[in-house]
Ligand binder design. Structure first.
Ligand code: NAD
Ligand code: MG
Length: 381
């Protein structure tokens, strides 16, 4: 799901090298009809879904004659995970839109390779409980979580003391508030180590990405908030670490390349060949570490606060963040105005300690509206 995005296209690169092992049965995209058609012609899936119904006709005209079933719209996107013959669904949509497909995939008993962190941020408890009830595996694709997952392979029930999520620090590492006040969209999109979709690139610059990942890790690995720490590591070579009860630490390392965690999620528990560039110690004589600055990058503090409070607060954080990131990308909002609006949403949207799925959908909508209203007021000034 999301085959035309950054993760989606990299997954198809992995699959292209291993056609004997993997074949995409379904491909989905939101808007990019041209690329979806191209991908379907190359990989020959049984079905495709295009989210934006305006593009239905053109996708259908190109693919139906080739025997590919074509569907369109949000319901089709959410329900396609129940398609027969699926062993696994790679959820690489961006944002809250990933939640319903994840829930439906679990309902259909289909294992999940999960890139979409937002679904665990907003509904981690419900998703993990449902997955465990239906015996569905959720294999992380996010590089830090894949690293932790890889460190835990073979450890059985050995107790984890804590985990360290590494953060590159993004393009604004070491900058102060005065500098951040005037950064532009182009500055924020210029990530030093990773090439990714626009939303996650802005989240990386604001450290919200790390905040979301902290919450994602809590649910994936069943940890208490005080077992999760973040360490800035600008080279992005160590992808994350696990510290066990005996004090021993395991790290997973490699050059930053998302194809590796994607491939591992698809091939797990096996490791299969890749021709990705190998790490050389002499190219990196130094690996550095430092503490993240939660006063300057206050999104990280907000995410820890949301994780500790639990309930629907992470959903509020995520929804507000989606709105402010879009406004920043539309150049309607300054970089430092983003955390400010997220915080106001967290303080003003009604708290629910044990939200149902329905209440999470309502919280998402309600927060989006509230955040948009706050942005409207600011821009009207
Ligand atoms: P992207 O914007 O490049 O791609 C998103 C994909 O989802 C596209 O195929 C798009 O058509 C589809 N999509 C977008 N909105 C949709 C909607 N409302 N409904 C249905 N489909 C929709 O994003 P990306 O960078 O590939 O990120 C995807 C997910 O993976 C995000 O949750 C992100 O946090 C996570 N992730 C990405 C990376 C990375 O390197 N790009 C790394 C780790 C985690
Ligand atoms: Mg990550």
């Amino acid at each position: 799901m999301g085959s035309t995005g950054s993760i989606g296209t990299q997954a198809l690169k992995v699959i292209r090298k291993h056609r004997d092992l993997f074949s995409p049965v379904v491909l989905t995209a939101q808007n990019n009809a041209r690329l979806l058609i191209e991908q379907a012609i190359e990989f020959g899936p049984e079905a495709v879904v295009i989210g934006n119904e305006d593009n239905y006709k053109i996708v259908k005209a190109s693919l139906e004659k080739r025997g590919v079933k074509v569907f369109a719209g949000e319901d089709a996107l959410n329900n396609i995970v129940a398609w027969q013959n699926l062993d696994m669904v790679l959820v690489a949509l961006v944002g809250f839109a990933g939640l319903q497909p994840v829930i439906n995939a679990i309902g259909a008993g289909c294992d999940i390779a999960l890139a979409n962190k937002e679904s665990l941020v907003v509904a981690g408890q419900l998703v993990m409980e449902l997955a465990s009830k239906n015996k569905v595996k959720i294999i992380p694709v996010d590089s830090e979580h894949s690293a932790i997952f890889q460190c835990l392979v073979g450890e059985g029930l050995n107790p984890v003391e804590k985990i360290y999520l590494t953060a590159s620090g993004g393009p604004f590492l070491g900058k102060d508030l005065k500098f951040l006040e005037n950064v532009t969209k182009a500055d924020a999109l210029n990530h030093p180590n990773w090439e990714m979709g626009q939303k996650i690139t802005i989240d990386s610059a604001s450290l919200m990405n790390k905040g979301l990942e902290v919450i994602e890790a809590k649910w994936l690995f069943g940890l208490d908030p005080n077992q999760i720490d973040v360490i800035v590591h600008p080279q992005s070579i160590i992808h994350s670490l696990v510290q066990f009860k005996d004090g021993s630490i395991k790290a997973q390392m490699g050059l930053p390349d998302m194809r590796l965690p994607i491939q591992y999620a698809l091939s797990y528990p096996q490791r299969i060949f890749s021709d990705f560039k190998r790490f050389s110690f002499l190219d990196f004589p130094e690996l550095n570490f430092r503490k993240p600055d939660r006063d300057i990058f206050s999104n990280l503090a907000l995410a820890f606060r949301a994780m500790e409070a639990g309930g629907n607060l992470p959903c509020v954080l995520n929804a507000a963040n989606e709105v402010v990131v879009q406004a920043f990308l539309d150049e309607k909002l300054g970089f430092l105005q983003m955390p400010h609006i997220i915080e106001q949403c967290m303080e003003n949207i009604g708290f629910i300690l044990q939200p149902s799925l329905d209440e999470l959908f309502k919280t998402n909508l309600h927060t989006q509206k509230y955040a948009s209203k706050l942005i409207g007021r600011l821009t009207a000034r």
